[in-house]
Design a protein around this ligand. Structure first.
Ligand code: NAP
Length: 253
């Protein structure tokens, strides 16, 4: 551990069992947060990240939660309260369905995507604010929302629904940041480009990252740890005058 474990309070990281969320959970523990990470299905993957953190001398635990379920979101924050004071929240969990045109989208796909990618982060942000805001007796904190460069590119022919859901996240970040700026909470957004994680395989195109590498100005895909580093910086005191920002981590894409 780079810093004494738990000294920064509790960091809640949704979707912390894999990819960007897992890298963020490890980096947050290294930076001195007690980590509560969530997973949706894969308990073993969540356990592995918790074990990695514990073996390195950090503090971490995991909880199963579906961001589409209001009760699960409440349970995340109740579990976090038992660990200490919540000072950081990373809304990372997100889904993108298989490649599809808008004229092929089904109502059930749209409903699930908006529930997980938009309603979940909105509800969870409310829980975080109720704990952190000086208006509610809290001591402040930081929130980082994980969007995507798809929000400005639009993802035509791939998944415009996903891109639109991330556009909502960008707007949530700007609006919430202004709403709570005087209450000790900073809110920022990161927009990853093409990052080499399992998400592409889950959407039925496992080689997507490799295939797109040559189209990226830096001629390579990004690593989860590179996104995590930006998230941790935004949560840290080094970013003390940074709120309502949208930071692209996309190799120039
Ligand atoms: P990933 O490897 O697929 O990991 C997704 C994580 O979210 C897992 O921990 C998963 O848990 C969890 N999760 C999935 N559905 C959930 C649900 N309904 N409720 C709660 N948790 C759920 O994804 P990633 O690539 O790291 O992506 C993380 C975030 O970055 C997402 O918001 C994504 O949109 C964004 N992003 C990714 C890229 C990229 O190229 N990878 C680019 C731009 C933005 P289980 O494994 O248990 O299901």
């Amino acid at each position: 551990m780079d810093t004494e474990p738990g000294v920064r309070g509790v960091a809640v990281i949704t979707g912390g069992s894999r990819g960007i969320g897992a890298a963020t959970a490890i980096a947050a523990a290294n930076a001195g947060w007690s980590v509560l990470l969530t997973y949706r299905k894969d308990e073993r993957a969540g356990d592995e990240i918790v074990q990695t953190i514990l073996m390195a001398g950090g503090r971490a635990s995991s909880i199963r939660a579906d961001m589409a379920h209001e009760d699960d979101i409440t349970a995340i924050f109740e579990a976090a309260d038992k660990l200490g004071t919540v000072t950081a929240f990373v809304a990372n969990a997100g889904i993108a369905a298989s490649q599809s045109r808008v004229d092929e989208l089904t109502p059930s796909r749209i409903a699930e995507l908006l529930a997980v990618n938009v309603a979940g982060p909105l509800l969870a942000s409310g829980h975080a604010v109720r704990r952190m805001s000086t208006l509610h007796g809290g001591a402040g904190g930081g929130i980082v929302l994980v969007s995507s460069v798809a929000s400005r590119l639009g993802a035509a022919g791939e998944y415009v629904d996903y891109a639109a859901s991330k556009g909502a996240i960008d707007t949530l970040g700007v609006g919430l940041a202004r709403e709570v700026a005087a209450e000790g909470i900073r809110v920022n957004v990161v927009r990853p480009g093409v990052i080499d994680t399992d998400i592409h395989g889950r959407n039925g195109r496992p080689d997507r990252a490799k295939e797109l590498a040559h189209t990226i100005p830096m001629h390579r895909t990004g690593h989860a740890a590179e996104v995590a580093a930006a998230i941790i910086w935004l949560l840290s005191d080094e970013a003390s005058y940074c709120t309502g920002s949208i930071l692209d981590i996309a190799g120039g894409r």
